[in-house]
Structures are given as structure tokens and as C-alpha cells.
Ligand binder design. Structure first.
Ligand code: GLC
Length: 417
């Protein structure tokens, strides 16, 4: 087991007193060591000033004996997973609390990387909205505490668009009309997990499914998949997508829209408060949100996203880490802070009652009940990588669409065998 040394820097640069806190003995885990907890979490919300930092500060005020510090992970979900996996594979105790994308629960639990939360299950289950709670379980056991849920929204420039489109075709018609003066539609088109999320939203909104409920059977429809892929390929070639779509992750998309370079954007709710705070943005005061369109204009479909907090099985401070993740799931002040300070959707059911007038949270009330989880399979990451490899070049006109969707079908079939 790798010995982890944490450096505690006390005082200014001139009088640097450095204390090495090396866990005693054999990295046993489980004992309450006191001292600082490390919360490995990424994304814009974890940056200095971001809402996860504010949640950490609130905890620290109330729990000075076991303060928590954010270890900032990269923005892209795939890279966050890689960094956590590196530490956990080597049984390193560097991370006590894992800010874990909802799609990693099965994989991490199967790998033995997580401390079970069964002993605090009732408290957490009672507080949390069912979809978020579900995403934190695997094999009937609770492995993480829900923290924030997520669904995709359509952001649009309300000074340029009267009524938000309800079909993808309408959206592209409007988006291409404006081309020349302002880019059309920006989303997450770079090759990573966000691309798969965007692709799935087209595929699902055309009626496609990946698996049956218990993932024993592949329900993949190559015709629907080809339609979704063709839509994206056309959106690139006919200028429906704003320039830079195929290199954009969440933050690049936000920057384009916030700087006034795109008429429409697919993004998560966190973006709302950041544009509202940016008084210099051309979009500030000139944007609104709507449900994502579908192909036939009925209803809306979004991928269910979000982050749960898990306790690393290799933490030297398991009890305090468990207290933190339980608190972050069940403390009303922390949970409502997510919404009010960061427009990040909380997972605590009671908090939504207080947020009825909040424009983002009330729209999410319509969208979240039908938001679709990506399959919680331990092999989701491999499936996702295969989908990225097959579909990204096809969307970009480099490979044949039919062959690409056949490749996805084989990957899904391989996953159930
Ligand atoms: C958001 C979602 C997460 C998803 C990721 C994809 O962070 O909360 O579930 O995997 O975006 O980019």
C-alpha cells in the first residue's frame, strides 16, 4: 500500500513550518484520525469561488476538527475518473471523499474502491430524490451519498429567438438563419463523455434505447442511431452548430454562448448563474432556458447527470469522511446553497419546496422526472469510450455512419455477453 504524505503548510512563505502528517502504522483505514479531509472533485463548480468550495467552507465552519479541502480535478469527466482511478488502483489514501459522476458507481463499487454507506442508508434515502439515490446504489447496496443531480437544458438568446424550438429541425433552421452574425448551436461535441451525453440525447429523443432495464438485452436500434448521427453530421456541415462545436466541452460551450457567439446552447444548469453574474456578457439579461427539443416535438429528453460523494475505501479518516458525505446529502443549508449560489440542482427533496420561484429549479421540475440515466453498468466507461471512437469520426464526416452505428451495436453486445 502506498504511503501518503500530506503536507500542512502553516504560516507565510518566509516562515514556512511544514508538518508531515504521515498516517501511523499500516494505513489501516477506519480509525478516526482527525485532521484534514481531501475531497477530490472537478468541474467549474469546484474551482475557487465555485459552489463546491462554498459548501466546503460551510462544513469547515461547523467542523473545525475535520476540515475538508478540495483537490481540484480536471473539467472533463473522463479525466476526473482517470485521476481518481490512478489513486484508487494503487490503494492510495490521498483522497478521502470522491466526487463521483453518477456513471461510475458500479465500476468503483465492483473494484472495491468504496466504503459501503449501508449504515447511514436510511437517513440518506429519506432525504434524497429517488433518481439520485438510485444512482448511488449498486447491487442493492448504497455506495455514495447523493449530492447534486443534473439535466441538460436548452439555453437560447431571448433577444433573437421569440419562442424556443421544440424540434431539433426547427432549432437548426433558426440557428442557420442567424449564421454570419452569430454562431448557431453549441453543445459538447469534443471527444469525451459529454459527447456521448449529447449524442444520447438525440438518440433517445428519436425513440432509441440502449438496453432493457436490467441490461441483459441490447435494444440498440441502428436506424435511429444513424438518424441521430446524421443529424449531428449535418449540423456541422450546414452551420447549425457554431464553430468549435467538435472541440467544445461544457466550459468551452459556456464561453462561446456567454461571449455572445452562439444563439443556442445545450448545457447543464450550473451555467445559468455564471452568465447571470457576468454583467459584461452580451447574453446577460438576454437569455432564457427551455427543455431540450426532440425529433417529433413531443416532450423532452435529457441525460441524467450529477455527482455523488463517496468515501474512499483507502481513506485514513473514514468516519469523518462518512460524516461529511452524509452531511452534504442531508443538510438543508448546504443543499440549498448549491441551487441559490451555483444554480446546481440539489438532490435533497425538501429543498425543492423552497425553490419553487427559482427559474432553473422550476424548469428542472418538468425535466428531471423523465431524465434518462446512462446504464449504471461497471463497464459504462468502456462502452462510452467505444461509442466515442465509433461516433465522433462519423459525426465529423470522416467515417461511414452506418459502419459507425454497427460498431456501437457490437460494443453494446460485447458488454452484455
Ligand atoms: C456533467 C454531468 C455528468 C456527466 C458530464 C459529462 O458533469 O453531471 O453526469 O457525465 O457532465 O460531461
Amino acid at each position: 500500500m502506498r504511503k501518503s504524505t500530506r503536507w500542512l503548510v502553516v504560516g507565510g512563505a518566509s516562515a514556512l513550518i511544514v508538518a508531515a502528517c504521515t498516517p501511523a502504522g499500516d494505513d489501516g483505514g477506519g480509525e478516526t484520525a482527525g485532521g484534514e479531509l481531501v475531497w477530490a472533485i472537478g468541474g467549474a463548480e469546484a474551482q475557487p469561488g465555485g459552489v463546491h468550495q462554498q459548501v466546503a467552507e460551510l462544513w469547515n465552519e461547523e467542523n473545525p476538527e475535520t476540515p475538508i479541502r478540495i483537490e481540484l480535478l480536471p473539467e472533463a469527466a473522463d479525466q476526473q475518473r482517470e485521476q481518481q482511478a490512478l489513486e484508487l488502483q494503487s490503494e492510495g489514501s490521498g483522497f478521502d471523499v470522491l466526487g463521483m459522476d453518477v456513471i461510475w458507481t458500479g465500476e468503483y463499487a465492483e473494484n472495491g474502491w468504496l466504503e459501503s454507506l449501508e449504515d447511514v442508508r436510511d437517513e440518506i434515502e429519506e432525504a434524497s430524490i429517488p433518481g439520485a439515490f438510485e444512482s448511488a446504489t449498486w447491487g442493492g447496496e448504497l455506495w455514495a451519498a447523493p449530492y447534486n443531480t443534473n439535466a441538460g437544458l436548452l439555453y437560447y438568446r431571448s433577444d433573437l429567438v421569440d419562442t424556443p424550438p421544440t424540434t431539433w429541425d426547427q432549432l437548426c433552421q433558426t440557428a442557420t438563419q442567424g449564421s454570419g452574425e452569430i454562431g448557431g448551436f453549441i453543445g459538447q461535441g469534443a471527444q469525451y463523455e459529454g459527447f456521448v451525453v449529447n449524442w444520447l440525447e438525440y438518440y433517445w429523443s428519436a425513440g432509441g434505447e440502449l438496453f432493457n432495464d436490467d441490461q441483459s438485452e441490447v435494444l440498440f436500434d441502428t436506424d435511429i442511431a444513424a438518424r441521430a448521427t446524421q443529424f449531428m453530421a449535418d449540423a456541422i456541415s450546414d452551420g447549425c452548430y457554431a464553430p468549435g462545436f467538435n472541440t467544445a466541452q461544457e466550459e468551452e460551450a459556456r464561453n462561446e454562448f456567454q461571449q455572445g457567439n452562439a444563439m443556442f446552447m445545450r448545457n447543464w444548469p450550473y451555467v445559468y448563474s455564471l452568465i447571470e453574474q457576468d454583467t459584461a456578457s452580451p447574453a446577460n439579461g438576454n437569455f432564457d432556458i427551455a427543455p431540450l427539443p426532440t425529433f417529433d416535438g413531443d416532450g423532452t429528453i435529457s441525460a441524467l447527470g450529477g455527482f455523488n460523494n463517496a468515501v474512499s475505501a483507502f481513506s485514513d479518516n473514514i468516519d469523518a469522511a462518512k460524516d461529511f458525505v452524509t452531511w452534504a446529502a442531508t443538510n438543508e443549508e448546504a443543499q440549498s446553497m448549491l441551487a441559490t449560489e451555483g444554480s446546481v440542482p440539489p438532490t435533497m427533496a425538501s429543498v425543492y419546496d423552497q425553490l419553487a420561484d427559482d427559474p432553473v429549479m422550476s424548469l428542472l421540475g418538468e425535466i428531471l422526472p423523465d431524465a434518462k440515466p446512462r446504464p449504471p453498468a461497471p463497464s459504462w466507461n468502456e462502452i462510452s469510450v467505444e461509442m466515442q471512437r465509433a461516433l465522433f469520426p462519423a459525426v465529423n464526416g470522416q467515417t461511414d455512419i452506418q459502419e459507425a452505428v454497427e460498431q456501437v451495436r457490437s460494443a453494446l453486445e460485447g458488454a452484455v455477453e
